[in-house]
Ligand binder design. Structure first.
Ligand SMILES: *Cc1c(COP(=O)(O)O)cnc(C)c1O
Length: 721
């Protein structure tokens, strides 16, 4: 059991339950719980960026006494406490009702990062947020999932832009006491440690744990006196350092992750590696089996039968690869225990059809996972193409790599006012009818004026948020006044507002709109029909081209050429992501086709009725249906990136000038853009029915988890290349 530590100040006896409430992240996706916590002290809630533990630590004792003697508030509190108690059981969940005999068969879900809430900053970006949504949805559905990852106590960096727009990264050290994380003790009451050898030296690993509803997470940390000084910071930073550090991190994630579950007496029925970083988990299980006497072939077959692997990378060069000698040096002579040769172990990670002799994590995962998928239909297709030569006697379409399109967790990403609108439109029980496709069809009758009114409210909230963020930085950080312009203080709530927030990687093409500055200026600075753009996003600390791109975009927001209609918001995290996907008018996504595996931010926007304009890549290829946004027609396939960018920019300008801006400003007598509101309704309809984490998790459960738990025969088709 986790040993408890005082995370919050003393509470009045009547409100003791608040500690349990704020130390399970389930509060963050329960409307009533969120409202209750916020109502304790709204200014502190904002000041601490929705961190309820800090809020409770700092709130005045008198305020708590006042709440404890307010009968209305206490009634709300009791309702939330009731929900919290009932939320621990899973008999009445989707999974509990459908597969009662399987609720005790855990699914171990490995991922290098988990983005659950901005108050637990142990994620980097999209992969982590997806993994967080996966855990939350597993909890909602009652799937017996357990998350395993790394703790990254300095994993996250604060983005600070210099006056000239160059990104400086300041490390933020997470104080575990400001998060729900507690150190895990073993069955004997002592601190639980796993030990892993890397490069011939034992590394001791402790575990931090927290719960996302019913789902426990176990996060590994090597920051211990027992360890060699060089090993203590191994897991501090997410994807930090060079290949050497990365190899050790992945080795520890895979091997220690398995050993921690063993030490806890957990016997997973299914093991899921979310991206190749976690693939050593599979090798460790082959080692366990062979060391216990199982033959190599049987061990590989057993691991394949019980393992799911999800790949997220659509470019061959994006897959982690290490020198073979390096892997052997890191792992040590494990083959001796396995009754195998070093060559046999290495072959698991080698691509036989290519000259490249490096050890590839994706190849390892494909060898050892019987069920493999990409994260959108298009990405499934691209993955079959990339890995076709592992199955040389198959046609490309028969390569056994499937696709489960990503989804976004509705209760996390849909704003409260939007949920209240749906309460009124669908009836208060709509949360129980999410799988009923006719539910979402009813949106065709949603009153455009009501939808528009909710959107205006959310947009107002975003504008207020932007001003307050600017005020805070203006007071503490900035040296130049035009930094406040860059941060969006001149934005206007009436103007058509485009949102673009994502990692500044060059393929995401944040600067595409600036290819023709004059044309863009005409678009933005039209005083009858103004348009404004909000950018946000971090470049990877080691990605200089990404930082240059960011600086280029920042400069556009800095000067007067665009009259304050371009903004760059610093420090993109889940907190800012919420404000943006709730409040902008349109979401823009411009990956160079086919480099985006899925993309999920557009789904989050759509769940708030915000339509997307984007290239036909990732989820948008299957998500765009002509009614829910706009798609940039595909360029002729060519290797000429310049030509592709030119084509896409031209199409984007055209869509904005001819379709998007006119539709937005076409208002009826009540100043409601009826045609636009129709796109909004359709954005919500398509996302709600097809792009939620609920749909995604049900697919994982029915296609992969349940058959693997039951040991159903499946068409195992190992690579032969
Ligand atoms: C959703 C999300 C992402 C991923 O968005 P993409 O569309 O996949 O680029 C990245 N960062 C944060 C904070 C998010 O919430």
């Amino acid at each position: 059991m986790p040993h408890s530590r005082a995370k919050v100040a003393a509470l009045p006896p009547r409100l003791q339950g608040l500690t349990a409430l704020v130390t399970n992240l389930s509060w963050s996706w329960n409307r009533e719980a969120r409202d209750l916590i916020r109502s304790i002290d709204l200014p502190l809630w904002r000041q601490y960026r929705h961190n309820p533990i800090l809020l409770l630590r700092e709130v005045a004792a008198e305020r708590l006494e006042e709440l404890a003697s307010n009968p209305d508030w206490v009634r709300r509190y009791d309702r939330v406490m009731e929900w919290l108690a009932s939320d621990q059981q899973n008999e009445r969940t989707w999974f509990g009702r459908r597969y009662p005999e399987l609720t005790t068969r855990p699914i171990a879900y490995f991922c290098a990062e988990f983005g659950l809430h901005s108050s637990v900053p142990i994620y980097s970006g999209g992969l982590g947020v997806l993994a967080g949504d996966h855990c939350k949805q597993a909890s909602d559905l009652g799937l017996p999932l357990i998350g395993v990852g790394l703790s990254y106590m300095q994993g996250y960096f604060d983005q600070r832009l210099r006056g000239d727009g160059w990104q400086e990264d300041s490390d933020e050290v997470v104080d575990p006491d400001s998060t729900p994380l507690v150190e895990l003790n073993g069955p004997d009451g002592e601190r639980l440690l796993a030990v892993v050898n890397t490069f011939g030296r034992p590394v001791h690993v402790r575990i931090w744990t927290m719960r996302a509803g019913r789902v426990p997470l176990y996060l590994l940390d090597s920051n211990l006196e027992e360890n060699h000084p060089d090993d203590r910071g191994l897991l501090n930073k997410l994807y930090g350092g060079g290949l050497d550090l990365r190899l050790r991190q992945e080795w520890i994630l895979g091997v220690a992750g398995v050993r921690v579950l063993r030490a806890l007496g957990v016997a997973p029925a299914v093991w899921h590696a979310n991206e190749g970083h976690a693939a050593f988990m599979m090798l460790e299980r082959v080692r366990e089996l062979t060391a216990a006497g199982t033959s190599w072939d049987d061990a590989v077959a057993e691991v394949r039968r019980t393992t799911v692997f999800t790949t997220h990378t659509p470019v061959p060069a994006g897959h982690d690869a290490f020198d073979a000698d390096h892997v052997l040096a890191c792992a040590g002579p494990i083959w001796e225990e396995m009754g195998a040769s070093a060559e046999q172990v290495l072959a698991l990670g080698r691509h036989p059809g290519r000259a490249d002799s490096r050890f590839q994590m994706t190849v390892l995962a494909i060898h050892l996972a019987g069920r493999v998928n990409g994260v959108s239909q298009r990405h499934g297709h691209v993955s079959r193409e990339i890995w076709h030569d592992l199955w040389p006697d198959h046609s490309q379409d028969d390569v056994p790599i499937g696709a489960i399109t990503n989804g976004a967790h509705l209760a996390t990403w849909m704003a409260n006012p939007m949920m209240e609108l749906l309460d009124r439109h669908f009836g208060p029980d709509w949360g129980d009818r999410l799988d009923d496709s006719s539910l979402w069809e009813q949106l065709r009758h949603l009153d455009p004026a009501a939808l528009w009114a909710v959107h205006q409210e959310l947009k107002g909230t975003l504008m207020g948020f932007i001003r307050e963020e600017a005020r805070r930085r203006f007071a503490t950080q900035w040296t130049e006044a035009n930094q406040a312009v860059a941060a969006g203080t001149l934005l206007h709530p009436y103007a058509l507002t485009i949102g673009f927030a994502r990692r500044f990687a060059t393929y995401k093409r944040a600067s595409l709109l600036f290819r023709d500055p004059e044309r863009l200026r005409r678009l933005l600075c039209d005083h009858r029909r103004p348009v404004q753009i909000i950018f946000a996003g971090k470049a990877h600390p080691a990605d200089n081209p990404g930082k240059e791109l960011l600086q280029q975009v920042f400069r556009q927001s800095h000067g007067s050429f665009f009259e304050g209609r371009v903004a760059f918001l610093e420090d993109y995290d889940m907190h800012l992501a919420h404000a943006l996907v709730h409040g902008v008018d349109i979401w823009m996504n411009l990956p160079r086709v086919p480099l985006e595996a899925s993309g999920t931010s557009g789904m989050k926007a759509a769940l708030n009725g915000v339509p997307q304009v984007g290239t036909i890549d990732g989820w948008w290829e299957e998500g765009y249906d002509g009614t829910n946004g706009w798609a940039i027609p595909l360029a002729q396939p060519s290797d000429d990136l310049e030509a592709q960018d030119g084509h896409d920019a031209e199409q984007l300008y055209r869509l904005l000038e001819e379709e998007i801006v006119p539709l937005y400003y076409n208002r009826d007598g009540r100043d409601v853009p009826v045609g636009w509101a129709d796109r909004m309704r359709n954005a919500l309809r398509v996302a709600g029915s097809r792009f939620t984490a609920r749909r995604m998790l049900i697919e994982y459960a029915e296609r992969y988890y349940v058959p693997a738990m039951r040991g159903d025969p499946f068409p195992d088709d190992p690579p032969r290349g």
